[in-house]
Ligand binder design. Structure first.
Ligand SMILES: C[C@@](CO)(OP(=O)(O)O)[C@H](O)COP(=O)(O)OP(=O)(O)OC[C@H]1O[C@@H](n2ccc(N)nc2=O)[C@H](O)[C@@H]1O
Ligand SMILES: Nc1ncnc2c1ncn2[C@@H]1O[C@H](COP(=O)(O)OP(=O)(O)O)[C@@H](O)[C@H]1O
Length: 278
């Protein structure tokens, strides 16, 4: 489909500290978010009749509905409602990254839809208002609207932008063993122990506090982390979000590509994506 396009940049939690369980069922977290140059693709063509019609293609369409429940459609409806825009859209989502995998999936798609339709419909809300519009769609959506390095606190939606110059361009490898892990149950399996605040500068010394609970639900994550830790040329390896995707950062693209080849040869059924941080 020809039209206006946008990338739903894959999200990575370089560190994710869970600080406390809240009475509203959410958890206060502190996370350093970064974004890959690659992700799902979204294309849109404007319609005059106000209808929002979504088609999904690509390697990860299974189990995904293209109806009103899809986060892309919900984002489009939210923008229509907030602006009174009478336009609709034909949307094509190319689902390149696995669903429910800790790298933003639906949240990044919703954020991409907001950015794309704000351009296509010329509603011109701009980043700050799109962030506010994305907030009710999911804790991760505000960060994904910005899609640049930032610290998220609260349920992940209170954003503080940080200089990401040292991270931009960094080669990254994402690896998922094929286990879909829903976010709610992983937070639910957290042991309730506050292990301390995140230092966003010294994030390598930080943690992903959801890794242990996620591994209890999907033990294969442990195998992924072991495989990544054994790779030569690795800077840091950690699980992203609520899993099961794990990432490794490398000093150079060659080390990353060699690492991808090693992982693919040993685990042909695992999903991998080589990218760079943006
Ligand atoms: C864990 C993170 C880290 O970036 O990413 P993913 O693993 O989803 O990629 C996010 O906090 C996920 O954000 P998002 O996927 O938008 O979650 P939401 O739809 O808001 O919430 C889904 C469920 O997760 C739990 N949840 C989510 C966020 C949070 N701070 N505390 C929670 O306890 C709640 O049980 C909630 O009902
Ligand atoms: N466009 C979309 N892409 C992926 N998932 C979507 C989309 N729209 C709705 N969803 C739903 O959102 C859920 C993924 O949410 P979540 O577990 O938070 O994923 P992630 O960990 O990748 O952020 C899936 O259960 C899926 O049904």
């Amino acid at each position: 489909m020809t039209g206006t396009t946008e990338t739903a940049y894959a999200k990575v939690n370089l560190a994710l500290h869970v600080r406390r369980r809240r009475p509203d069922g959410y958890h206060d977290i502190e996370s350093l978010f970064a974004f890959c140059e690659d992700g799902d693709g979204l294309t849109a063509r404007r319609r005059d009749d106000g209808a929002i019609l979504l088609r999904i293609e690509g390697p990860f369409t299974e189990g995904l509905e293209a109806g009103e429940g899809n986060l892309v459609v919900r984002a489009a409806r939210a923008l229509q409602a907030a602006t009174g825009a009478g336009w609709g859209a034909d949307l094509l989502l190319t689902k390149n990254v696995p669903v429910a995998s800790g790298i933003g999936g639906g949240s990044a798609d919703a954020a991409a839809a907001l950015r794309l339709l704000d351009r296509l419909w010329e509603t011109r809300l701009g980043e700050e208002q799109l962030i506010a519009l994305g907030d009710p769609l999911g804790s991760d959506v505000p960060a994904c609207v910005a899609s640049r390095t930032l610290v998220g606190t609260g349920r992940g939606d209170a954003l503080r932008f940080v200089a990401g110059d040292d991270l931009a361009g960094m080669p990254i490898l994402l690896v998922n063993p094929g286990a879909a892990v829903a976010t709610g149950p992983v937070f639910g399996a957290w042991d309730g122990v506050d292990r301390g605040a995140l230092n966003a500068v010294d994030w390598r010394a930080g943690r992903n506090d959801l890794a242990d609970p996620a591994m209890r639900l999907a033990p294969m994550i442990g195998a992924v982390l072991d495989a990544l830790a054994a790779l030569p040329g690795i800077d840091v390896a950690r699980m992203s979000g609520s899993g099961a995707t794990c990432f490794a950062l490398f000093a150079g693209e060659r080390a990353r590509d060699e690492a991808q080849a090693v992982i693919r040869a040993a685990h042909p059924d695992w999903w991998t994506m080589a990218s760079r941080l943006r």
